[in-house]
Write a protein that binds this ligand. Structure first.
Ligand code: ADP
Length: 314
């Protein structure tokens, strides 16, 4: 059984000489829900742009369900539905017509497409808007229309570039539910994201990309087990002048006198509060020092992965 997506030794140098991808290889199994995770500028959109044949690659091979993009482009494209980041439909076209037109690009007649169009308009909460020009839709509805459009020819692989960037929490959750359902019904899904939480919520397997290089390609479970440490920053009353000794916990003071506590995976916050009961300070507030994605990058660096030591901006 061929992989849903097989990328081998993919490189991309843009016309201005910028090397955005360097020897990227990854494989996504049929039926998988896969995340390509990385900070801004890592090369996620470039990778997906090449897979969806919007961009030319410089080197390497890409196969979609076994079909090589160089030699079987039409077959590969038939297997593929792509939701780009930017809204790129004709805003003056009616919602339902956008879907019918798209089906037409794949040789599907309007009458044949209509049952599928109806299903997705209803499932994505667009049915009542079907007769309206797309420009009348809210931002969230436009995003959902982009998803419906990518699905109208029933692709086996759906690729979404940052599907929930800038989307409110409620809509994000409903999009997650929808994507989970179509994945369970058999569609392979790949999404790019820079939210670890999104990848964690949805995906079984994950690749981490940074500066055009794959740092990690593994199961979500194996990756999360690397997140063994989290640092909490606590404001204390009074502000501490010296580092307290707290049995079993690794603590320090930052420049502003806030207490930093490194919690290992097995340690709990309540154990920490028990350990400070005899101390003469109280904790007024607690926050995490960095988000978990930052922690993850730091843990990849400390395990000797190929990342420069300069500070990461996520
Ligand atoms: P991501 O999707 O992970 O944010 P991109 O794939 O968009 O990253 O970009 C990867 C790198 O390629 C970035 O350094 C970006 O500035 C650069 N890049 C993207 N598009 C172009 C382009 N058309 N010409 C030159 N450089 C580009």
């Amino acid at each position: 059984m061929p992989a849903a997506l097989e990328i081998k030794h993919l490189s991309k140098t843009y016309d201005n000489g910028h090397k955005a991808l360097s020897d990227v290889s990854l494989s996504v199994k049929q039926g998988d829900f896969f995340a390509l995770l990385g900070p801004n500028g890592a090369g996620k959109s470039t990778t997906l742009g090449i897979v969806s044949s919007l961009l030319n690659k410089s080197e390497g091979e890409v196969r979609v369900f076994g079909h090589d993009l160089d030699t079987e482009l039409v077959k590969a494209k038939t297997c593929l539905g792509v939701v780009p980041q930017e809204v790129n439909f004709n805003q003056f076209e009616k919602v339902q017509d956008i879907l019918i037109t798209q089906a037409g690009y794949y040789g599907i007649k309007a009458s044949e497409a209509w049952p599928t169009v109806q299903i997705y308009l209803k499932e994505l909460g667009l049915w009542d808007k079907r007769e309206q020009p797309a420009r009348m839709l809210s931002g969230g509805m436009k995003r959902r229309l982009m998803i419906a459009r990518a699905l109208v020819h029933k692709p086996k692989l759906l690729i979404l570039d940052e599907p929930t960037a800038g989307v409110d929490i409620e809509l994000r959750r409903s999009m997650w539910r929808f994507l989970r359902n179509i994945n369970e019904a058999g569609t392979t899904i790949i999404l790019t994201t820079h939210y670890l939480e999104e990848a964690e919520e949805l995906c079984r397997n994950i690749a981490i990309i940074d500066r055009g290089t794959i740092l990690e390609n593994t199961s979500m479970k194996a990756l999360l087990s690397k997140l063994h440490k989290q640092t909490f920053v606590m404001e204390t009353i009074p502000v501490l002048q010296t580092i307290p000794e707290i049995a079993g916990f690794d603590v320090s003071l930052d420049a502003g006198g806030q207490l930093e506590v490194d919690m290992q995976g097995t340690q709990t916050m309540s154990a920490f509060f028990n350990a400070i009961t005899d101390h003469k300070f109280q904790v007024a507030s607690v926050r995490t020092k960095s988000n978990r994605l930052e922690e993850l990058f730091l843990s990849l660096v400390s395990s000797g992965q190929d990342l420069n030591s300069e500070e990461k901006v996520l």
